[in-house]
Every structure is written in structure tokens, then in C-alpha cells.
Design a protein around this ligand. Structure first.
Ligand code: MG
Length: 159
């Protein structure tokens, strides 16, 4: 019998001028980025929580505390690889992942394919198992005002 599970994750980061912006491991060109203890890759953080949730392994804050020097400025792809390793250690493989990024600006549609390739490489998945989608919020709310970026992720795992 197959043990099939689903997890969901959510994260928000504040946007400020003069900071780098990383999404799904890809640097987004522009003059503002995410306030964070790590590199601020809000999409990878949501994905980590989806994968951890599927495995009932807690959340990203439990494994990578934001008051630890070890994780200051860390490349979030390293965190994602570690989460993937935790699932492997429990005998799970990833079925598919699906991410939605809500950001008013800049437009990230041109980066979607690179983002999928980036995540597929870190997770050693074929690209048809990796979905990244982007939306604005029609200038509504904190995302619409350009104050932050909101991400949701869902992941399936099985063994
Ligand atoms: Mg975060």
C-alpha cells in the first residue's frame, strides 16, 4: 500500500529598497528585495513548509531558527535541500510541487521557467513535477501596495 501525503506551506516577506530579491533560487533584477534573516526566498520558504507539512516534520522555523547565526544570509536552496533530505531519511520521495507567488512588481513571468529548473535541480525532480505560478493582487492589500510578497505552496510525497 502506498503512503501518499499532501502538505501546504505559506510565507510572507516584507519588501524594502536596496535589498536583493530571490525567488525559487533565482535573482530577480530590480531595486528592491526581501527583508529576512536568510536570503529571503519567500517561495522556497513556503515550499519547505509544504514539504515539512507533508511529512509532519514541523515547520521551517523549528529546523532553521531565525535567531541562529548558522542561517544568517543563507541561500534558501540549502534549506530546501536539507528538507528534501529529511523526507528521504523517512523513505519518502516527492510526487509534485506547486507554488503560487503573489507580487505586484516586478513582473516575474519571464523568470518562471528558470525558477522551475532551479527547484527541479535542487530536488532532483523532473521539471514536469515542478509548477511555479505568479499573480498580482490587482493593487489590493499589502502585496498590491508593494509592501510585501506572499507565497503558497503545496507538495505531495509518497513511499
Ligand atoms: Mg520566510
Amino acid at each position: 500500500m502506498t503512503d501518499f501525503r499532501i502538505g501546504q506551506g505559506y510565507d510572507v516577506h516584507r519588501i524594502e529598497a536596496g535589498l536583493p530579491m530571490y525567488l525559487c533560487g533565482i535573482k530577480i533584477a530590480g531595486d528592491c528585495g526581501f527583508v529576512a534573516h536568510s536570503d529571503g526566498d519567500v517561495a522556497i520558504h513556503a515550499l519547505c513548509d509544504a514539504l515539512l507539512g507533508a511529512g509532519a516534520l514541523g515547520d521551517i522555523g523549528k529546523h532553521f531558527p531565525d535567531n541562529s547565526d548558522e542561517f544568517r544570509g543563507i541561500d534558501s536552496k540549502i534549506l530546501l535541500r536539507r528538507v528534501s533530505g529529511m523526507l528521504e531519511a523517512k523513505g519518502y520521495s516527492i510526487g509534485n510541487i506547486d507554488i503560487t507567488i503573489a507580487l505586484q512588481a516586478p513582473k516575474i513571468a519571464p523568470y518562471i521557467q528558470q525558477m522551475r529548473e532551479s527547484l527541479a535541480a535542487v530536488l532532483e525532480l523532473s521539471i514536469d513535477r515542478v509548477s511555479v505560478k505568479a499573480t498580482t493582487t490587482e493593487k489590493l492589500g499589502f502585496v498590491g501596495r508593494g509592501e510585501g510578497c506572499e507565497c503558497w505552496a503545496i507538495a505531495s510525497i509518497l513511499k
